[in-house]
Design a protein around this ligand. Structure first.
Ligand SMILES: NC(=O)c1ccc[n+]([C@@H]2O[C@H](COP(=O)([O-])OP(=O)(O)OC[C@H]3O[C@@H](n4cnc5c(N)ncnc54)[C@H](O)[C@@H]3O)[C@@H](O)[C@H]2O)c1
Length: 382
């Protein structure tokens, strides 16, 4: 029996009419996460993945073959791909962090839309250069935060925006893993010259995005931060004992951040620790407090029903928000939203104007840790 609500859904679905034109996409960096990008692109009828690049000889070809792609062009660098694929529309940048900025800037400078994996890059200076290239190009730049598309994440934002928490003044966020230094696919996450950032850039950026997006990305003002590599030299924490020799990033970071609007943000992140969790995410307001349960292995997803603590008629009460179910895969939605933004001239789904603040905090934590004192965040005019 047809439901009256279906009529509304159909109406919404009709809103976008596809032209039949295929968006030509290239994938830069053919490692672990590239597979998720490719699989999601292959589900889009209006996308043709035409080129692959990886600096390791043969890796791009092997990657495409393993994923059933026969007809494509292969290159040994991002530049080679961009220079040769004259009619390419967009690229997914799936390189390790240190190559995010150069690849994104080169693609944007050559008029190509960019889906850039998280973290946006390594330093604030790089983020500023990326934003300048984006502005000059007028192309879409979206940063790869797929948790944004999760219904529970959307609920966090809806709760904050509803006003039920009153004036938000304090946030605690972060996450951790007891033994979760990511080395199953080699050492690109733990080397300074490839990753540049450890837990901070890998999973810290998710925690920051969850809460900052929920409250409208206020500008960060100052940071007192600490970061250290405390477990990466212990062989039992890595896939192979010899990986200790190249470990050169943080596996723990903590910070106290002042945000515009008299909000303080208390943050901690760990790839490894002697504890089950460094704490749930808590968003405190003058009318209510929201607790978002952490997960055992923090990767940007929510670990169970959320609770709002408030006061009704003088009594302390709690409202449990049931977990929302997701219709479809968040990664597919990240790719689809990028393609839709290109095809229908929509705003960037995860815009750099927000994520530059995320990067500024990460950069501030690193600078403050090095300086041993609080630092001011200054973001130049783009
Ligand atoms: N969104 C997510 O869920 C998610 C999950 C994992 C990783 N990531 C992010 O994706 C990025 C890549 O992670 P990964 O695990 O796939 O790393 P990886 O080391 O497995 O793959 C990176 C690949 O990029 C290649 N490369 C580097 N520079 C290049 C260049 N200039 N041109 C072409 N190829 C180049 C490397 O040779 C390597 O094959 C990281 O920034 C990471 O933070 C995101």
């Amino acid at each position: 029996m047809s439901n009256i609500l279906d009529a509304f859904k159909e109406k919404q679905a009709e809103a976008r009419v596809y032209t039949g034109k295929k968006i030509k996409v290239g994938i830069i960096g053919c490692g672990w996460i590239a597979e998720a990008h490719l699989k999601s692109y292959l589900k889009c009828e209006d996308v043709e993945v035409v080129a692959f690049a990886d600096i390791v000889p043969g890796k791009a070809e092997a990657f495409a073959k393993a994923n059933g792609v026969e007809n494509a062009n292969f290159y040994l660098s991002d530049k080679e791909l961009i220079d040769n694929e004259k009619d390419i529309d967009a690229v997914s940048i799936c390189t390790y962090n240190r190559q995010h900025a150069p690849c994104a800037i080169y693609a944007l400078e050559h008029g190509v839309h960019v889906l850039l994996e998280k973290p946006m890059c390594v330093t604030l200076e790089e983020a500023v250069e990326i934003c300048k290239a984006e502005k000059k190009s007028g192309k879409i730049l979206s940063i790869g935060f797929q948790p944004r598309f999760d219904e529970n994440m959307k609920m966090v934002k809806k709760i904050c925006e509803s006003g039920v928490l009153g004036k938000i003044y304090y946030i605690q966020t972060g996450g951790g893993r007891r033994m979760g230094i990511p080395t199953p696919f080699g050492t690109s996450f733990i080397q300074e010259d490839t990753a540049g950032l450890g837990a901070l850039g890998d999973i810290g950026c998710y925690s920051l995005d969850m809460v900052l997006n929920a409250i409208g990305y206020p500008k960060p003002l100052t940071v007192t931060g600490f970061k250290a590599g405390l477990f990466g030299k212990k062989p039992e924490y890595l896939q192979k004992p010899e990986y200790t020799e190249v470990f050169g990033v943080d596996d723990f970071a903590a910070a106290y951040i002042r945000l515009e609007g008299d909000i303080v943000l208390d943050f901690r992140i760990a790839w490894a620790m002697h504890c089950d969790t460094p704490g749930d995410t808590i968003i405190m307001g003058t009318e209510g407090g929201l607790r978002i349960p952490s997960t055992e292995c923090w990767n940007g997803s929510i670990g169970g029903p959320m609770t709002i603590y408030h006061n009704i008629a003088g009594e302390c009460v709690e409202t449990v928000i049931p977990e929302c179910s997701n219709d479809g895969d968040n990664f597919d939605k990240k790719i689809r939203s990028f393609i839709d933004a290109i095809e229908f001239n929509l705003p960037s789904p995860v815009p750099s104007s927000q994520i530059i603040y995320n990067q500024a905090i990460i950069d501030g934590i690193a600078r403050s840790s090095d300086a041993g004192k609080e630092v001011v965040i200054e973001i130049p005019e783009i």
